[in-house]
Design a protein around this ligand. Structure first.
Ligand SMILES: Nc1ncnc2c1ncn2[C@@H]1O[C@H](COP(=O)(O)OP(=O)(O)OP(=O)(O)O)[C@@H](O)[C@H]1O
Ligand SMILES: [Mg+2]
Length: 256
């Protein structure tokens, strides 16, 4: 097994009097798809927001490639190779695919001190990325507003790849998608892992998770209650861990 890209140790997050996360330890390795599972309000989104630099943790430490990091913003996390695709995707409808992929990081050159965008180069790079992802989008100049949900997800993944992300975090990437589009996005997730990326996936769809994840972590009431390799578990066990019916979870919660 490869060395962990990211290690989270003892992560806690409080919002005023509410404890959203307590004492979460987790390792994320290059080339693996790790699924975060749990009921509504279990703390999954809060946890990835801590990893993504969107929330400072109340306690605990994050190490990236063995070094302690402290993120003040998602920009800081991105500089450490962590890209997060939030459920809302944050794409600009009116801009083209390639403009979205390069948004805020446009390639420029300057002629007599006047900056010009290197449009051709950006378009070419985005076309390459789309091809590499097998995204079936032929025109990087198409406006994002004209794309389907799954195609938009591909654009968001392209943007993460273009940042050279080592860890891509996705919150419910298939929640709004039809069956065929979901298949496409699951295939993209596997492709990212094959490229050596670590992928963290939040999903309520357990059969999707079983299809794509190498490892699963279950959250309940802000705590990590279980961790399983896909090869060593089955759907029923994961459901029991999520609902708390599993004896391991009962014993754990009794002890608290
Ligand atoms: N910004 C915030 N301010 C106050 N409380 C928050 C905030 N964000 C999350 N919480 C609370 O933290 C807890 C965990 O929420 P979180 O969104 O992490 O759950 P989740 O596992 O992602 O759930 P879901 O599956 O419904 O998305 C909930 O009780 C939620 O109300
Ligand atoms: Mg959530």
């Amino acid at each position: 097994m490869s060395e962990a890209f990211l290690v989270a140790k003892g992560i806690a997050k409080r919002f005023g009097g509410l404890t959203a996360l307590s004492d979460v330890d987790l390792e994320i390795r290059a080339g693996e798809v790790l699924a975060l599972l749990g009921d509504n309000g279990a703390g999954k989104s809060t946890f990835i927001k801590v990893l993504a630099g969107a929330h400072p943790p109340s306690e605990g430490q994050i190490l990236v490639a063995g070094q302690p990091v402290s993120f003040a913003s998602p920009k800081d996390a991105a500089a450490s190779g962590i890209a997060t695709i939030f459920q809302e995707l944050a794409l600009s409808e009116n801009l083209s695919i390639s403009e979205n992929v390069y948004l805020g990081r446009e390639l420029k050159h300057s002629v007599l001190g006047v900056p010009f965008l290197r449009r051709k180069e950006m378009k070419q790079r985005v076309a390459e990325l789309l091809k590499e992802l097998d995204a079936h989008i032929s025109d990087p100049e198409a406006p994002v507003g004209s794309l389907s949900g799954g195609q938009r997800q591909s654009v968001a993944i392209c943007r993460a790849l273009n940042l050279n992300a080592k860890l891509v975090i996705m919150d419910e990437p298939t929640a709004a998608l039809a069956v065929a589009e979901t298949r496409k996005v699951l295939a993209l997730i596997r492709k990212l892992a094959e490229r050596g990326c670590a992928v963290v996936l939040i999903s309520h769809n357990i059969s999707d998770v079983f299809e794509v994840a190498d490892r699963m972590v279950v959250f309940r009431r802000g705590r990590k209650v279980a961790e399983r390799l896909r090869a060593e578990t089955e759907l029923e066990e994961i459901v029991a861990l999520i609902t708390g019916a599993h004896p391991d979870v009962r014993a754990l919660e009794k002890a608290q």
